[in-house]
Design a protein around this ligand. Sequence first.
Ligand SMILES: [Zn+2]
Ligand SMILES: [Zn+2]
Length: 313
Amino acid sequence: MSEGPGAFVVSLDTELAWGTFDVGKIERYEPAYRETRGIVDDLCALFDEYEVPATWAVVGHLLEDCEGTHAAGPEPTYPWVDGWDDTLPCRTGVDRDLWYAPEVLDRIRSCTVDHEVGLHGYTHMLLGEPGCTRAAAEREVAAAVDVANDHGIDPQSYVFPRNRIGHRDVLADAGIEVYRGRDARWFERWALPSLARKPPRYLEEALHRTPPSVWPRERGGLLELPGSQVFRPYHDGWQWTHPDSQRRRAVAGLNRAAATGGVFHLRFHPFDLGFDRGRLLEVFESILAHAESLSADGSIATLTMAEASTRHR
Ligand SMILES: [Zn+2]
Ligand SMILES: [Zn+2]
């Protein structure tokens, strides 16, 4: 528990094809990736309307066109991918629109509210997997920070791709202060195979369980701010959950944060809204409207990851 009002934090993993190139799923999500620029535009309009600043965790390479001359360096070895560098979308002839999107940053910066731009890697490398050496992690983080600096950003927050947390010291050395921890649920924290996480995730949605309030804590020289709830897409099976469960859960999570003085941390990928966009935007707007009403009576503050971690530590 902490003194003062609770907080509402939204973090967005902004990645396009970088999120799935290593698992061969670009084609499957391509229609949603192509909608991402429009979705970012819609989200920015809503954030401005409800005066909610978000943390956009951006894959650094989205801001840089290497024109196929991707610099060589230490790379991770993962059992499911045959050479990390050789598989990168910038080197395998994937349409540039799917992996290069500097206009997304321009749109975020055109907003009236002051969003935070954080990092989600440079190539979406999974730092917490055993095949990721320290040298590979250093190369990834340095490249991400460099490209951010080139765009006038001094990144404070990091979202580990697929929440595979590792090499925190490398982030701390690079000046990162905060990262998003795994959601504060037993099935996200235990070492489970990813398939085993699906039934409890689904059940949580089906039972409209109230998401937890979270607090930042110091870990490995950084502040860790866990997630509370994923704003689910309406594909990959989630379309079968109750249509109102997301809104009800988020409203309950916001109320809980207002009561406990903790943080309600909602997270998702903008492309998740790529299927059934209108309906998801409507639900998301109703969550922002509830946050606005709690903020108006002073029971929560809407903050970025970096702000909430500093204020609620
Ligand atoms: Zn490249
Ligand atoms: Zn990601």
